[in-house]
Write a protein that binds this ligand. Sequence first.
Ligand code: ADP
Ligand code: MG
Length: 293
Amino acid sequence: ATPTALMVGTGRGAQLGILIKGPEVLESTQRIDTVVLDKTGTVTTGRMDLVDVLLAEGEQRADVLRLAGALEHSSEHPIAQAVARGAFDELGKLPSVEDFGNVEGLGVQGIVDGHAVLVGRTRLLEEWSQYLPADLAHAKEHAEAEGSTAVAVGWDGKARAVLVVADTVKPSSAEAIKQLRALGLKPVLLTGDNEAVARKVAAEVGIDEVIAEVLPADKVAAVKRLQGEGRVVAMVGDGVNDAAALAQADLGLSMGTGTDVAIEASDLTLVRGDLRSAADAIRLARRTLGTIK
Ligand code: ADP
Ligand code: MG
């Protein structure tokens, strides 16, 4: 490729929200056949969202969200922020809280609209003789087995609901995987999370090759192993624990929304943190290099 063509490609990348370390990076994208994707923060948002409200018989969703949301608004815990945001998005303004208290490792308590409200582990509610009905306890276990986090809600002496929070797949991820496949690339999901959660996320976005339960230090070994099979590997990641693997990959792509360490270790940064830019980058490289033959 001529230097001019490469410079033009680099400029076009910037317009597409792709920061390329140097023009020569485009050349290395040519032979890529495999794209390894980190899960948390790359395929998923990396933050907790409220995904389900499970109600005991006779309870109203709006009541649960109003009281639990108001209480959690006073807590910094990632679970609390997910609950408060979910409640606010649905109901708007939430009531204020009196006598807020954090019960270390168990949850939170406080008075909302004159009710003594608890949100947290089943154990916290049980300390106040509030017991989840069997069907709700069961549904909670089921959500946890699927890799979500679930907390119980009770007030005025009664357990009333279970809130399910989870890291969720980015809306653009499935489309991005489709585009990568259309470019002839094989997507692989790489994560330290457990197999069940990894499989679930992979199925949601259309990935069938999964490497799960990988310790941070072993991500780089996973990339090496794929390279040892003769595959030419691009790696997309965002975390500190992805940095070594990004450097090891034939092409390292970092999320602009990710950590500085990952960005520094990569050849290319997807500024918007949108996985579709990975497909744009590879398409751009092929086009740039193809036109100047
Ligand atoms: P971790 O968040 O790593 O699980 P914590 O000690 O912060 O550890 O909390 C332990 C558990 O207590 C949480 O998993 C959750 O079930 C419950 N918990 C703690 N704080 C809250 C909160 N603000 N809202 C709901 N549940 C909470
Ligand atoms: Mg990550």
